[in-house]
Design a protein around this ligand. Structure first.
Ligand code: CTP
Length: 396
């Protein structure tokens, strides 16, 4: 996802610095080269040894200013990277950046760089809400600096509010998004999403717990990567992304027709939780209790939209399905991939307790013809961007 990218990571002095160790690990796992810079205050929270060990290379610090300067000028250090990430960005670092001060290695790099900068602020809630920080934030944003977070929650200082540094996967997602811009330019991507509703009578229907969050995130990520996106969605509980062509449907049959109408496409991702069955003959009138009898539903199978598209002669070059499983996740996904004839399956464990269906995170295993890879649990947006990056590689 970040192959051939070089990130200069400035670790400021805050309790959240420990999360930056995890961020280094994730950036590298995504393929980035990471050159770490630890501020003097940052070194009070994490050790230079842990930072350089995780980065797999030496780190730069104010502590060794003189030798750093001799080996590599700070101007050069600030220019080798494709992106500068400041995490945690303390109130002090933000103030220095806003004022253009250069009184230590980190602030000098930030002033000398002509590379885009992304910051992940982390500080006490009162510092975050202080008018001085609000002013600095406004300046940094107008200077074109991307700001990720901060999140809201319990803070190390015992208070509650805004100021927690965003989780490493969110920062990684923002970093990835910068590098995925344009990779799907000129491509048409079809995404199905959400549940379907199968009517029983005019007021009742069969449904499932899908929120549509993962499909929505995929459509958004594909759009952000430059694709033209057709988004065929059942009645989801999250709003569709902007900039995509939304086709709202209710039933599996309507979804099948909308998908058919949207073809041809370069890639199709079937994230919808399509009802497997529909009521053979929905009642035209509301079924009444007073009728006495226990109602029995005569169910018939819905057409498999994914399998239908995967078998077409003019199928998209890449057809991706999902497998929502509660047990034997990978084995079932492998079998499903073969049965449905799609190229890839993203398998996820939706058993109770995982919090995945209807939740904000996902943990998936990508099953392809070449094998499987398990992706670390992450926000649905991060999973979406990772998938989109893989789709772009495949379509390139
Ligand atoms: N799918 C589809 N049309 C259907 C049913 C499923 O397009 N009528 C797609 C889903 O969007 C998903 C994939 O098929 O990409 C897997 O769906 P899932 O419900 O997990 O699998 P099933 O085929 O229903 O298999 P099973 O019920 O045995 O788990």
């Amino acid at each position: 996802m970040l192959t051939n990218t070089h990130i200069l990571l400035i670790v400021g002095g805050g309790i959240a610095a420990y999360k930056s160790l995890d961020l280094i690990r994730r950036l590298r796992r995504a393929g980035a080269e990471v050159t770490p810079v630890l501020t003097r205050a940052g070194a009070e929270f994490v050790t230079p040894l842990s930072v350089s060990s995780l980065a797999g290379k030496r780190m730069f610090s104010d502590l060794w200013d003189l030798t750093d300067e001799a080996e590599m000028g700070h101007i050069q250090l600030s220019r080798v990277a494709d992106l500068v990430v400041v995490a945690p960005a303390t109130a002090d670092l933000m103030a220095k950046m806003a004022q253009g001060r250069a009184d230590d290695l980190a602030s000098t790099l930030l002033l000398a760089t002509d590379t885009p900068v992304l910051i992940a602020p982390a500080m006490n809630v009162r510092m975050w809400e202080h008018p001085a920080t609000r002013r600095n934030l406004a300046i940094l944003e107008s200077d074109g600096i991307e700001v990720v977070g901060p999140g809201i929650g319990d803070m190390a200082c015992g208070e509650y509010g805004a100021g927690r540094m965003s989780e490493p996967d969110e920062i990684l997602a923002s970093v990835s998004r910068r590098f995925s811009v344009g990779v799907l330019e000129g491509k048409h991507v079809l995404v199905t999403s959400g549940p379907t509703h199968e009517p029983i009578d005019p007021v009742r229907y069969i449904a499932n717990r899908s929120s549509g969050a993962q499909g929505t995130a995929i459509a958004r990520a594909a759009r952000e990567a430059g694709a033209r996106v057709t988004f065929v969605t059942g009645p989801a509980s999250v709003a569709p992304p902007s900039g995509v062509e939304v086709v709202a449907v209710e039933t599996a049959a309507q979804m099948a027709a909308a998908v058919e109408a949207a073809l041809p496409a370069d890639a199709a991702v079937f994230a919808a939780a399509v009802a497997d069955w529909r009521v053979a003959e929905p009642s035209a009138r509301k079924t009444k209790k007073a009728d006495g009898a226990r109602p029995a539903l005569d169910l018939v199978e819905n057409p498999d939209i994914l399998a239908g598209v995967a078998r077409r002669a003019d199928r998209p070059a890449l057809v991706v399905g999902f497998a929502a499983e509660t047990h034997d996740v990978v084995e079932n996904a492998r079998a499903k991939r073969a049965r449905k004839g799609c190229d890839w399956i993203l398998a996820n464990d939706v058993s109770e307790g995982t919090g995945i269906m209807g939740g904000t995170e996902n943990a998936v295993t990508l099953v392809t013809g070449e094998g499987e890879e398990t992706w670390e649990r992450a926000g649905k947006d991060a999973v979406a961007r990772r998938l989109v990056a893989r789709i772009a590689e495949r379509l390139a």
